[in-house]
Design a protein around this ligand. Structure first.
Ligand SMILES: Cc1ncc(COP(=O)(O)O)c(C=O)c1O
Length: 378
């Protein structure tokens, strides 16, 4: 079976991990520092701070920016649940805006209509590796004095006019989870140009310690450090990232060109001057005669894994339908999420499926997928 995701690990990762373990460097150390430096250079940010995962990066972003309990934070519901949950950790209230049906990213017009006196922050997600409309979002944020935390957990290599995502807002957050464009197994990164914020986040992720470490603590902080053997994997992966992105691009472009010729399927539209980094290729079925499940089944018969990754958008997850069970509910007013209607999100959630495009997918396998799609949709 060709899996949807498959870590691309070679002798180089194995060698650096082995070396790191042999030198007994288990806690965050030299590899983590080098990874931070090279990641900052890669995205063009002044500071990069590695974290234990992408969820922790998002949590640190909320706390680093001092988003207060009760603040409304506008985000998308067509995403992995961590985008919304990390808003809740420190008492933020996720307010879900609908997506643009062409890009599957948060629709700036919908953000505008949800801004209230309680709104403090916007969390755009560069979904599937396609950058959100950061120009419109930044303008809205500036006019309304809102902070922007970019959830770039799926978007290593995503750019707008050559500028890497994660560097448009106050903070950008990345994940190095095992399925991502680059991995460390579990891992993440916060990037920012703001030195004070970077220092605060460095401290928050390390039990509120100062730069010299030790047992003096200045904030109630967390232990969100990245183990050095994992940072070793991340470092080698980052160096291989351009090559891996190129393979993803070739696979995705081949499928996208087939899909473009089919009337009853479509894929994310890539706006001009935007670089999609192809974390996920997820066509949407427009034919009433064909169920997504039938497509997934047919692909499986041909040895190709597929799924509807976000078939239940965040606002319809039991987490949010049962928000009364969450500890902050005693103190804060959450919306009744069962009343939230996001027509475009709900439509795409029920009609998309994703296809393997990772660097381990061969051109022969791409041909098999193309044939299945053509056979089913013509
Ligand atoms: C959009 C998005 N946000 C946040 C996360 C959380 O990252 P992690 O799994 O590293 O905690 C992920 C990763 O799966 C993600 O895809």
């Amino acid at each position: 079976m060709k899996y949807i995701a498959q870590p691309q690990i070679s002798e180089e990762e194995v060698s650096l991990v082995t070396q790191t373990i042999q030198s007994k460097s288990f806690v965050e150390g030299e590899n983590a520092r080098t990874l931070e430096k090279e990641f900052a250079d890669f995205v063009g940010a002044k500071h990069a701070i590695c974290t234990v995962n992408g969820t922790a990066a998002l949590h640190l972003a909320m706390e680093g920016l001092n988003i207060p309990p009760g603040a409304e934070v506008i985000t998308s519901a067509f995403t992995f649940i961590a985008s919304a949950n990390s808003i809740c950790f420190s008492g933020g209230i996720p307010i879900f805006a609908d997506i643009d049906p062409q890009t599957f990213n948060i629709d700036p017009e919908k953000i505008l209509s949800l801004i209230s006196p309680k709104t403090k922050c916007i969390v755009p997600i560069h979904i599937f590796g396609l950058p959100a409309d950061m120009k419109a979002i930044s303008d809205i944020a500036e006019e309304n004095e809102l902070k922007v935390i970019e959830d770039a957990c799926q978007a290593h290599g995503g750019r707008i006019n050559g500028k890497h995502v994660g560097t448009f807002g106050e903070i950008g957050c990345f994940s190095f989870y095992a399925t991502k464009n680059m991995i460390s197994g579990e891992g993440g990164m916060v990037v920012t140009d703001n030195e004070d914020l970077a220092n605060r986040i460095r401290s928050l992720k390390n039990h509120g310690r100062g730069p010299s470490g030790g047992y003096h603590h200045h904030f109630v902080g967390y232990n969100y450090r990245l183990a050095d053997p994992l940072a070793a994997i991340g470092l080698i992966q980052l160096r291989k990232l351009p090559t891996m992105l190129e393979k993803r691009r070739k696979n995705a472009e081949a499928l996208r060109s087939t899909i473009r010729d089919l009337d009853t399927l479509y894929v994310q539209t890539i706006p001009k001057r935007v670089t999609h980094c192809h974390y996920i290729c997820a066509p949407v079925v427009q034919s009433p005669d064909l169920s997504v499940d039938a497509v997934i089944k047919e692909l499986k018969n041909k040895g190709i894994a597929s799924r509807r990754i976000y078939s239940v958008p965040c606002h319809q997850q039991p987490t949010y339908l049962n928000i009364k069970n969450w500890r902050w509910t005693k103190f804060l007013d959450y919306p009744d999420y069962s009343q939230v209607r996001l027509p475009e999100t709900e439509k795409i959630a029920s009609s998309h499926f994703d296809l393997p495009i990772h660097p381990g997918v061969s051109s022969e396998e791409i041909k098999i997928i193309q044939k299945v799609l053509i056979d089913l949709f013509t």
